[in-house]
Design a protein around this ligand. Structure first.
Ligand code: ATP
Length: 250
């Protein structure tokens, strides 16, 4: 039997009286696109933040490649290959797209803390960053700061930055949010292509995209995973229909 790449076992995280993660357990297998779905407030974003290390668990274990990463911070988890895509604008608003990716390429080497010295030593850096940008349909010669890129361009840059860090597990929180139909379709294709080189765990509200992309789906309700399975099994699961998917038809 293949070992899980990521395993949450009995993870709980409280905010005051509310358990945003409540005895949460599920597994992400190597090579799959795994979607985390659930109603608003189910705890999907909290689960992402717990997995990436932005917030810590109150109880339970998070295993990445068989090792407990629950006590490690964001940077250490990212260096091990557990990388979340962030809203770029909040991080590097004044950098251009290519500078943003250069930082991402340096991050796994720790050189991010002294980027200018490292840049002088790594003459390939700009060329490598250009290759990453091109994969995401972004222009390496674009001198605009990230803050003024269009919403769709920023989403692509956000994922490109995460990919530059060579993730073994890429965490995507609502990659299609705010995208128009054409941009969404392009992003679905991008995610499918990324899945050839990295395992993907994504939170997504767009059910059509989830069922088109995901190999397996986990359904969260009130911080707890009520089901994990193939898209077909999830769609047919009476617990899921009652708790979530049935909502639309109610
Ligand atoms: N930092 C926080 N402090 C207090 N409560 C929080 C905090 N973060 C999340 N919560 C609460 O935890 C619950 C789960 O929130 P979370 O954002 O993880 O859900 P979600 O499934 O991602 O929701 P959505 O689909 O609306 O994005 C919600 O009730 C939310 O109000």
């Amino acid at each position: 039997m293949t070992a899980a790449l990521l395993e949450l076992a009995g993870v709980t995280r409280r905010f005051g009286a509310l358990a945003a993660a409540d005895d949460l357990s599920f597994q992400v297998m190597p090579g799959e696109i795994h979607a985390l779905i659930g109603p608003n407030g189910a705890g999907k974003t909290t689960a992402c933040a717990l997995i990436s290390g932005e917030i810590m668990t109150d109880a339970g274990r998070i295993l990445f490649d068989g090792r407990d990463v629950g006590a490690l911070g964001v940077v250490t988890r990212a260096r091990r290959g557990l990388v979340r895509a962030y809203q770029i604008v909040a991080l590097f608003p004044s950098l251009t797209a290519i500078e943003t990716i250069e930082v991402g390429l340096l991050a796994p080497t720790r050189a991010v803390w002294r980027p200018f010295a490292a840049r002088a030593r790594d003459r390939d850096l700009t060329a490598r960053a250009a290759v990453v940008l091109a994969r995401f349909g972004l222009d390496p010669t674009d001198r605009r700061p990230a803050a003024v890129l269009s919403h769709g361009e920023r989403r692509r840059l956000e994922i490109a930055l995460a990919v530059a860090q060579r993730p073994r597990l890429l965490l995507l929180d609502e990659p299609l949010a705010g995208l128009g139909p054409d941009e969404s379709a392009a992003m679905v294709e991008t995610i499918r292509a990324l899945a050839r080189e990295t395992t993907i765990l994504m939170v997504e509200h767009d059910m059509e995209a989830v069922f088109a992309l995901a190999d397996r789906v986990t359904v969260l309700v009130a911080g707890h995973a009520i089901a994990s399975g193939s898209p077909d099994a999830i769609r047919a699961d009476p617990k899921v229909i009652a708790a979530y998917l049935g909502e639309d038809e109610a």
